[in-house]
Write a protein that binds this ligand. Structure first.
Ligand code: PHE
Ligand code: ZN
Length: 863
């Protein structure tokens, strides 16, 4: 049984400009849950206080609910009616009242994973953004903040653990094998931060002493058997708590902080007050089952959710158009934290790579929207790379312009001024302006204008002095044809290539005009220019530079990010030329990689990132029309050329022993990463011994990083070792869902020509299920990230994704809608592919009873 029928496709567009403060506030909410997996009774008591001057009915949002009873101030009440899914209660002249409503909900058939749902016999909630209205009737908007008191009762054997936000203030046994608990959260919060968990869980307990000396009890709750995989998450939590005190002066504000891991979850994790709920994939890690990337993911997401306690919970959002207020800022905070915990240069490279892979295409396509959108139909569709990752870049730019100390003054003012409030992006910008002392008038355009700005640069010489001419354009995006010039902080430096050092030391230039001349100084010869150092602004830089200049920068620039960029640009120029039939040889790239590899012993992590070829998708992004087949061919050819030319270096990297999997130091992680890259370069050459080598690494591996890298390499090929390794991996991990996800994923990532067929077959595998979002993403998400497979010329990849969207929508519209954007990129492809992609979008839209989520994404993708 599925229940998506409760969110019918009514394409109502909500506009930011229509915001009105709530007519009623709800200072207190009391909830009483009679828990059972099939049917849970919810008795809600809302104390409501009128804010509007004149009498106005109380509008309580609902989704799939029927009121079993309505009482006002303790009396049965008849002055209510349903308006669609919402409950309208007429309270006459009253200015305050207690409204009680009983509802009956069905967790076991809640396949959307929004509201109260069952996962492996346990009950848990997900309320952001609008899931609370699936539990009980409520205004369910983030500017209505309440104090929550939650009583829950249920079978003691089925649900030995009963958790909610705040503190447990009483508990006891009830009748018929039941027990109950009463939780109270002293901090007023919006309904989207409410959480409840009931289940058979075990806990990893620890504690943290805050900067003012308060003892906080920490708990990470998981299923029996998973406890020994929670240590890394616990360490990350304690590190995050200390970091937020040290860097932002923010202390935790409850005596208890709980995290629960659930295997069925639509997103990564959720910052519910004092009771974070996590996708297991961002909690569980041990060397045998998690890669170094997985470890970093756990650390980053634990930090992210913890940091929300201030940036999101103590200061929340006035409305969902302000989502980036909490998400952009919190991503920025978790990025800085991870940089501090590991390598800042490598972290920056990873963040920029993700921005370019996920956000730049979004900003260039039909779903482009500003980080503060002006309208939406379904807010779930706006948890995007733009809101999160571009949002973080906007904060990064402000911090760059004012420097760390002034930025801290700005955030102090923000937290102090808006503590306990539901704030706006404008509030944040004003606090930075006042606290840090900077005029951000023009900078505000970053909040309202979508599209990635493009800077076109050229060097000019006037009477011995050199200057940089900069033209900026912001491309048109849906609903925004004309753009104004943005305020862009651009870090640059110039070097004399004869080795005489920095011609111009690092300088921060603030661009404001459509065209601008930036004086650089007097140099004897044309300098090598290092542009957008540290990726100071999320822009595309068009600047023709000779291979020699890029190679020089790749070897000599003093900013590691700029060294990475120079080498990437050299690779991109080479690949784009090859794809366009203008082969120009790979020697410059080979030499630059060879030189970079010389630094492998000192900083293997950086070197591993730097020598990696740009992704097929990013190569495509540089072209007017993407040719997926040619891109794959030329990228593999270059990879093979590099593999052959530098064979002895790659073999030397693999000859040494891998660092022990239990060693999670920066150096050990970097070493493993570089070994994976070396193996991939050798594999591209099709040298005879590679399958055996990969299989040996696979078999000898003492941890998942090496094992997965070797398996992924084998999965690209056609060897007996491939078949054997996939089988061994499956047999060994078939009972571990997170590792089984990897088994599906490496096959969907494969560069083999038959990958689409393989995915189609894997979808029929007994271990495949549409009920688990991680499993869906590991198969289909991996396929749509596999450019040449997804864009297979016969359209089979498109069909497969569209079939999935159609099959999944009735069960889980949120996760289904997230699969649509790759189909919306049709304008970037040839006519034949574009026609097939559009046809699939149209086929999706023709389905009866489509959710609002999918309707919005598919129809916008056709524009
Ligand atoms: N607010 C969560 C986060 O970023 C993301 C999320 C959104 C989770 C909606 C669930 C549902 O931290
Ligand atoms: Zn977040």
């Amino acid at each position: 049984m599925t229940d998506a029928s409760s969110t019918p496709a009514v394409p109502v567009t909500i506009h930011r400009g229509d915001y009105r403060p709530p007519d009623w506030q709800v200072p207190d909410v009391a909830l009483d849950f009679a828990l059972a997996v099939e049917a849970t009774r919810v008795a809600a008591a809302l104390s409501v206080v009128r804010q509007a001057d004149a009498p106005t009915p109380l509008v309580l949002r609902g989704d799939g609910l029927t009121p079993a009873a309505v009482r006002v101030d303790g009396e049965g009440w008849n002055d209510w009616r349903m308006d669609g899914a919402d409950l309208i209660v007429d309270l006459g002249e009253r200015t305050a009242a207690t409204v009680e409503i009983d509802t009956l909900i069905h967790p076991a058939s809640n396949t959307q994973l929004m509201g109260l749902y069952a996962s492996n016999g346990m009950l848990c909630t997900q309320c952001e953004a609008e899931g609370f209205r699936r539990i009980t009737f409520h205004p369910d908007r983030p500017d209505v903040l309440s104090r929550y008191k939650v009583r829950m009762e249920g079978d003691k054997a089925a649900f030995p653990i009963l958790l909610s936000n705040g503190n447990c203030i009483a508990k006891g046994d009830g009748a018929g094998g039941n027990h109950w608990a009463l939780w109270e959260d002293p901090w007023p919060k919006p309904s989207y931060l409410f959480a409840l968990v009931a289940g058979d869980l075990v806990v990893n307990r620890d504690s943290f002493t805050t900067m003012s000396g308060r003892e906080v009890e920490l708990g990470i709750w998981v299923r029996d058997g998973d406890l020994d995989r929670t240590e890394h998450a616990m360490q990350a939590l304690k590190d995050s708590m200390a970091w937020d005190e040290r860097v932002y002066g923010r202390e935790y504000d409850l005596d208890l902080f709980n995290i629960v891991a659930v295997s069925d979850f639509n997103m990564g994790a959720m910052e519910n007050k004092g009771l974070n709920v996590f996708n297991t994939r961002y909690i569980l890690a041990d060397p045998d089952t998690a890669t170094d990337v997985d470890y970093d993911g756990v650390e980053g997401v634990v930090a992210h959710e913890y940091f929300h306690n201030w940036s999101g919970n103590r200061v929340t959002c006035r409305d969902w158009f302000q989502l980036s207020l909490k998400e952009g800022f919190t991503v920025y905070r978790d990025q800085c934290f991870s940089a501090d915990m590991g390598s800042p240069a490598v972290k920056r490279i990873e963040d920029v790579r993700l921005l370019r892979a996920a956000q730049f295409p979004e900003d260039a396509g039909p779903l482009a929207h500003p980080i503060r959108p002006d309208s939406f139909q379904e807010i779930s569709n706006f948890y995007t790379a733009t809101i999160y990752n571009k949002g973080a870049e906007i904060i990064h730019m402000m911090a760059t312009m004012v420097g760390a100390d002034r930025f801290r003054k700005g955030t102090d003012l923000y937290f102090e001024r808006h503590d306990g409030e539901a704030a706006t992006c404008e509030d944040f910008v004003r606090a930075i302006e006042e606290g840090a002392g900077i005029d951000l008038t023009q900078f505000r355009l970053w909040y309202s204008q979508a599209g990635t700005p493009r800077l076109t640069l050229s060097l000019a010489q006037e009477s011995g002095d050199w200057a940089l001419d900069v033209t900026q354009t912001v491309p048109p995006t849906p609903g925004q044809d004309d753009k104004q010039p943005m305020m862009i902080p651009l870090k640059l430096a110039a070097f004399a290539m004869d080795g005489s050092g920095a011609a111009l030391p690092e300088t921060l230039v603030t661009l404001t005009g459509a065209t601008q001349r930036v004086p650089l100084g007097a140099f004897a010869a044309r300098p090598a220019l290092s542009i957008n150092r540290g990726f100071s602004a999320p822009v595309i830089v068009d600047f023709a530079r000779a291979d020699g200049e890029l190679a020089w920068l790749a070897a000599n620039d003093d900013d590691p990010f700029a060294r990475y960029e120079a080498l990437q640009q050299l690779m991109l120029d080479t690949l784009v030329a090859a794809v366009s039939g203008k082969a120009r040889g790979s020697q410059a790239v080979i030499d630059a990689i060879g030189q970079t590899l010389a630094g492998a012993a000192t900083d293997p992590a950086f070197v591993a990132e730097a020598v990696l070829l740009p992704s097929e998708a990013f190569i495509g992004d540089q072209m007017v029309t993407v040719d997926p087949g040619a891109i794959r061919r030329e990228r593999l050819a270059l990879q093979a050329a590099i593999g052959t030319a530098l064979e002895s270096q790659w073999r030397a990297i693999l000859a040494g022993a891998a660092p022990p999997a239990t060693d999670l130091s920066r150096k050990a992680k970097g070493g493993r990463r570089l070994r994976g890259v070396a193996l991939a370069y050798l594999a591209a050459t099709a040298m005879d011994d590679v399958p055996a080598l990969a299989f040996r690494i696979f078999s000898d591996a003492d941890g998942m990083t090496e094992r997965q890298a070797a398996l992924a390499t084998l999965a690209h090929g056609d060897s007996d070792e491939r078949v054997a390794a996939l089988d061994i991996f499956y047999q060994r991990y078939r009972d571990n869902p997170l590792v089984l996800d990897k088994w599906f994923q490496v096959q969907a990532w494969s560069l083999r020509a038959d990958t689409v067929d393989a995915v189609k077959e894997l979808a029929q595998h007994p271990d495949f299920t549409l009920a688990n979002p991680n499993r869906v993403r590991s198969l289909y998400g991996a396929l749509s990230g596999n450019q040449a497979a997804f864009h297979q010329a016969d359209g089979a990849g498109y069909r497969l994704i569209a079939d999935l969207v159609i099959a999944l929508d009735p069960k889980n519209p949120q996760t289904s809608a997230r699969m649509i954007p790759p189909l919306g990129r049709w304008k970037r492809f040839d006519d034949a592919r574009a026609a097939m992609m559009k046809a699939e979008l149209e086929r999706i839209l023709a389905q009866p009873g489509l959710s609002r989520d999918v309707t919005e994404q598919a129809s916008k993708s056709l524009l």
